[in-house]
Design a binder for this molecule. Structure first.
Ligand SMILES: Cc1cc2nc3c(=O)[nH]c(=O)nc-3n(C[C@H](O)[C@H](O)[C@H](O)COP(=O)(O)O)c2cc1C
Length: 183
């Protein structure tokens, strides 16, 4: 911390990065309550590559993502960090994937901590999953090597879950392997 300061978001402009020694702090990056689909349209106009909209949790918004010209969506509640009462992705994935999966690449994240978590989101309709905090923790603990090790653990656990569920390939993982009833 003395030499390089507090860890910061590298993608933030310098004036928004917090410092241990800066009193009062500078401007902070607050949420934008007025953020709307119009902003996504603006991004679409400026960005000609693949556009992926993250944070979708219902079918209507997934359909909207198609309307604005996105190629993919991430079903995500951002790990429940901002709003811990938000719906878990696994509860809404199936309906969304069934509605838009033929037109959009449907990804998912939030609270992947084991390989079996990956298995469940894929069974619920995700093409692939993203990992947030596990990657940060692993990197903090062991740098690049730690991150590689974390991914290997998740990969081994996923392979084990597939073996125990009779799946040879990712394509074999489907909804029938999920138990959604009550114990
Ligand atoms: C420190 C931190 C900052 C984050 N900032 C953002 C952000 O600015 N925008 C966003 O869409 N998600 C943000 N996320 C959420 C992640 O992109 C991701 O959706 C979430 O961490 C996935 O859940 P997991 O951490 O349980 O794997 C952030 C997550 C962390 C841990």
């Amino acid at each position: 911390m003395v030499t390089t300061g507090l860890p910061n978001f590298a993608n933030y402009p310098l004036k928004y990065r917090k410092s241990l020694l800066k009193r009062g702090g500078g401007p902070s990056l607050n949420l934008m309550p007025e953020l709307s689909w119009n902003h996504v349209c603006q991004v679409r106009e400026h960005w000609k590559g693949n556009l992926i909209v993250k944070g979708i949790l219902r079918k209507e918004d997934a359909l909207k993502a198609i309307d604005v010209g996105a190629q993919g969506i991430v079903i995500s509640n951002h790990g429940g960090r901002m709003f811990d009462s938000s719906v878990p992705p696994i509860e809404v994935l199936r309906e969304i994937a069934d509605s838009v999966g033929h037109e959009l690449t449907v990804l998912a994240d939030s609270s992947i901590q084991r390989g079996s978590d990956i298995f469940k989101l894929i069974a619920a309709g995700a093409k692939a999953v993203l990992v947030g905090r596990s990657m940060l923790y692993a990197t903090a603990a062991g740098g690049r090597q730690g991150a590689m090790q974390m991914m290997q653990i998740l990969s081994d656990e996923l392979a084990m879950t597939m073996d125990l569920s009779g799946c040879r390939t990712l394509a074999d993982i489907d909804e029938s392997l999920l138990f959604r009833g009550q114990y």
